[in-house]
Design a protein around this ligand. Structure first.
Ligand code: THU
Length: 131
């Protein structure tokens, strides 16, 4: 199975566990680490709406819990035309992924489009104190 297929199947299973009773919009995310671990996340909503967590954010929390910090590939899945990560999640992905890392966007059937991290977040924030 190719790495994209593995990410696809992982995101699909994760999406089925999403807790999205308010939006009814379930999202699954899967990350591959540089060392080859596959890590999943799903969105978890809350009655206090802003407290909800995106699938990508959940996957990144699981990444850290797994003792990993280097993302090599990402796949995000939703039953949508093109569920690209929200602005905040782009910055979260950037924290652990190089500019060339691929972010695949899939619907329930197939990958619809692939971006690099740099394409999704040009000029993303980097913490550089005075130079
Ligand atoms: N959502 C994600 O989990 N990831 C995305 O890339 C876009 C949006 C979630 C947040 C919320 O639970 C629901 O989808 C609708 O916005």
């Amino acid at each position: 199975m190719s790495s994209v297929q593995l990410l696809f199947e992982t995101a699909k299973s994760a999406r089925e566990r999403a807790y999205a009773p308010y939006s009814k919009f379930k999202v699954g995310a899967a990350l591959r680490t540089k060392g080859g671990k596959i890590i999943a996340g799903c969105n978890v909503e809350n009655a206090a709406y802003p407290e909800g967590v995106c699938a990508e954010g959940g996957a990144i929390s699981a990444l850290i819990l797994a003792g990993e910090t280097e993302i090599a590939e990402v796949l995000v899945m939703a039953d949508a035309a093109l569920c690209t990560p929200c602005g905040g999640c782009r910055q979260k992905i950037k924290e652990f992924a190089g500019d060339d890392v691929k972010v695949h966007i899939a619907n329930l059937d197939e990958v619809k489009k692939t971006f690099t991290v740099a394409e999704l977040l040009p000029a993303g924030f980097e913490l550089n104190e005075k130079d």
